[in-house]
Write a protein that binds this ligand. Structure first.
Ligand code: PLP
Length: 384
């Protein structure tokens, strides 16, 4: 029995060794500080849980949710897009998702034929590549480099590649670099998307985790909608990673394509979760601001401490992460292994996000301040 070509092409899971070491260290009773995973340590806000309890009591919420999302949920997204970005869309331009990952990995199935190309950022979320391969497409890597403020160099992509491109993945605020993109960049993206007729797909689960000016939506650019889809998520905005809900917004044709794939793959998100998510988008700005402040504070404390120790830490502009240069000439995997062996800390090697990221490692800001100080003491003892 043979696996499909798509499965065979899936990139190897580079964290296997590190993961094994981490599990062994924990099993051996070592006091490991986990700065690896981007999963919020705080619970979902109490107001959201309270509202959910009411939604779950409604029998009409207990049947198959089926379809693109309830009318109420999609209208809440429409209202949120207007409130947050001053962008006007219709419910037909919204699709409820089982988290942003659902939309990211299924979008290529709606638009790729063999030989079509998807532009993926490096470093980047692995779902852009795996979704492409599983749909039978090819990827072309767009390096994100410090010299370009971690934006892809659109001029560097050859014309013969652009001619085959169906989707360009973007992710701002960016995981893992925490970089932001500006209007000028998005305008350029849209001009290329129109010229070569591709989809500019913005993965924006960190849209509400920003430490300065709120990031914009690409849909704010006039005339962009036909070529844009954006993926938002409740996961990080409201500490709701386990609830599995997000949404896609964008051109109706793109949303229709994604919906056609999903209609044949899943039966939607629990209606009670859609109800509470729609309500939270419109009623929980204070809770979102509190979460934002928490990460901003942690980012500040951690950055200051690491810089004092001589680490080169990029100024964090948002997300749950710090992006730090691996000191000396070590490879990121070797450095992270050493941090685990000698420092009892889990941090993520850049290589896990792509070959252009091997000079960096990522720290997740998902531990409280006393633990950040403890981690800094451990970094200090590593004597880099
Ligand atoms: C860049 C990026 N995209 C997508 C996701 C998936 O988000 P969701 O929980 O909404 O599926 C994550 C989760 O960490 C992420 O970092």
């Amino acid at each position: 029995m043979e696996y499909s070509n798509g499965i065979k092409k899936l990139p190897p899971y580079v964290f296997v060794d590190l993961d094994r070491k981490k599990k062994a260290a924990i099993a051996a009773g070592r006091d490991i500080i986990n700065l690896g995973i981007g999963d919020p340590d705080k619970p979902t806000p109490k107001s959201i849980i309270r509202y959910f309890k009411k939604c779950v009591d409604k029998p009409e919420n207990h049947q198959y949710p089926i379809g693109r999302g309830t009318t109420t949920f999609r209208q809440s997204v429409v209202d949120w897009m207007k409130k947050r970005f001053n962008v006007v869309i219709t419910p037909a331009e919204v699709e409820c998702l089982i988290g942003a990952k659902d939309g990211i990995t299924h979008l290529p199935l709606a638009f790729l034929n063999p030989g079509d190309i998807v532009l993926v950022p490096d470093p980047g979320y692995p779902g852009y590549t795996s979704g492409t391969y599983l749909a039978g497409g090819e990827t072309y890597v767009m390096p994100l480099e410090a010299k370009n403020k971690f934006l892809p160099d659109l001029e560097a992509i050859p014309e013969e590649i652009y001619n085959k491109v169906k989707i360009m993945w973007l992710n701002y605020p960016n995981n893992p670099t925490s970089a932001m993109a500006d209007r000028k960049f998005y305008e350029k993206v849209i001009s290329y998307a129109k010229k070569y007729d591709f989809i500019a797909a913005q993965d924006a689960p960190y849209s509400e985790i920003y430490f300065g000016k709120p990031p914009m939506s690409i849909l704010e650019i006039e005339g962009a909608k036909e070529h844009v889809v954006e993926f938002y998520s409740m996961s990080k905005t409201f500490n709701m990673t386990g609830w599995r809900i997000g949404f896609a917004v964008g051109g109706e044709k793109i949303i229709n394509g994604l919906a056609a794939v999903k209609e044949n793959m899943d039966s939607g998100t629990f209606t009670a979760i859609q109800d509470v998510a729609g309500w939270a988008l419109l009623n929980c700005d204070r809770e979102a601001a509190k979460i934002r402040r928490l990460y901003k504070r942690r980012a500040g404390v951690f950055t200051k401490g690491l810089r004092k120790l001589g680490y080169e830490v990029l100024k964090s502009q948002g997300t749950l992460y710090l992006w730090v240069r691996v000191p000396g000439s070590m490879k990121s995997m070797d450095f992270c292994s050493m941090v685990l062996d000698k420092g009892d800390m889990v941090v993520t090697p850049g290589i896990g996000f792509g070959k252009y990221a091997d000079g960096y490692f990522r720290i997740a800001l998902t531990v409280d301040e006393p633990l950040i100080h403890k981690a800094l003491d451990r970094f200090a003892k590593l004597k880099i």
